[in-house]
Design a protein around this ligand. Structure first.
Ligand SMILES: Cc1ncc(COP(=O)(O)O)c(C=O)c1O
Length: 368
């Protein structure tokens, strides 16, 4: 294909998957971050109640939806003053990540920066636009040639690294001096495992302490797939710089990138209800504790993994050897090389399996 998209990496896991599937005690798939618990009733009811959707929905979402998202930023993200006019629902965040460089009009002269070990779609989005993908461990790496767009991902997939307020504020200052747009992908923000932090989420790029209410050049991208078990709904949103959001809106209207009406209503119900998020977080907390203890006991090292749905773990050997060892125990993990060269010795172990499956995986990990 003209844009030279990479091969879909999951195909390279076929042999390990076949081995894991043949394990007599049952297959435990910890390779993907797809939620396994039911979508909360409050969300399902909202979807069902909106099933009469004979007319076209607004690309921009209703004012009520955008106000509810603004209120969510104030309540959960310490980001007050998010202008509802600077909010836009999107068809899942993967779609948005993949198309943002194109919608911004980036091309061959432009670079798109993203973390060194990263969700692959940042790279793909740069390629779709014909721009240059640049993985970077820090902004220093860009030297004098700053990218047009810089992706942050906090908490990170696959690493679970959380970027603190100071770090984010520094990136914002750096970006503003160079006219770089910063898009921060924050879909794991509710899943913060660090001891002693308050009940807020991990810091957003729009956090008052990061940008003091000035959202110029900043976009926060948030998905309900993980926190609300809504991956099948394709429900996410972006918020921040009003002018940028209007540019995105204009493009998306022409291109028909519209969140379906029943999904917009479900999204509204989800952002107004915090209780189901707390419940889901407790499920993941238990699963994470079980798996982490098993990894610790059996001599693995876990790096970062402070938040989010994954343990970023290593046995200090090439990741594919580790994947094969796990497959022999009926467990499938994602090799770190899916996420860039920085992941060559790590595997990503997802918390998205039932309690029984997680318990079984832990037992297999510790039994030699
Ligand atoms: C960092 C990151 N961004 C975006 C997504 C896409 O989520 P969705 O398209 O379901 O909103 C994922 C999904 O795994 C992710 O890990």
């Amino acid at each position: 294909m003209s844009r030279q998209l990479p091969d879909f990496p999951w195909d390279t896991l076929a042999a390990a998957k076949a081995t894991a599937r043949a394990y007599p005690g049952g297959f435990v798939d910890l390779s993907v971050g797809t939620p396994v618990d039911p979508t909360p009733q409050v969300v399902r009811d909202a979807l069902a109640a909106a099933s009469d959707a004979h007319g076209y929905p607004q690309v921009w979402g209703t004012p009520g939806l955008r106000e509810a998202i603004s209120a969510w930023f104030a309540r959960r993200r310490n980001a007050h003053g998010v202008d509802p006019d600077g909010v836009l629902p999107v068809v899942g965040s993967k779609e948005f990540v993949a198309w943002l460089p194109t919608i911004l009009g980036l091309g061959p002269d432009d670079a798109v920066g993203f973390p060194e070990a990263a969700y692959p779609t940042y790279d793909v989005g740069a390629r779709i636009a014909g721009a240059r993908p640049v993985p970077a461990a820090s902004t220093v790496q860009f030297g004098p040639s700053a990218p047009k767009l810089l992706w942050l991902n906090t908490p990170g997939n696959p690493t679970g690294q959380v970027l603190g307020v100071e770090h984010l504020a520094k990136v914002v200052r750096w970006a503003r001096e160079r006219g770089v747009i910063v898009a921060s992908d924050e879909c794991y923000a509710e899943l913060d495992w660090r001891e002693g932090v308050d009940d807020l989420t991990t810091p957003s790029i729009l956090d008052d302490r990061v940008c003091a209410g000035d959202h110029t050049g900043l976009l926060s991208v948030y998905s309900l797939s993980k926190q609300s078990n809504m991956a099948g709904y394709r429900a996410a949103f972006v918020a921040g710089d009003r002018d940028l959001v209007h540019q995105l809106l204009a493009f998306r209207k022409h291109a028909g990138m519209i969140v379906p009406w029943p999904v917009q209503r479900a999204l509204l119900a989800a952002v107004q209800d915090d209780a189901h998020v707390v419940e889901q977080k407790e499920r993941y907390r238990r699963r994470r504790a079980t798996l982490k203890a098993a990894l610790d006991e059996s001599g693995w090292r876990t790096d970062y993994s402070d938040a989010g749905l994954y343990l970023w773990a290593t046995k200090g050997q090439p990741c594919r050897a580790t994947v094969d060892e796990l497959a022999a125990k009926g467990i499938l993990a994602a090799p770190g090389d899916f996420y860039g060269a920085a992941g060559a010795e790590h595997v990503r172990i997802a918390l998205t399996a039932s309690d029984e499956q997680i318990a079984s995986a832990a037992q297999r990990l510790t039994s030699g």
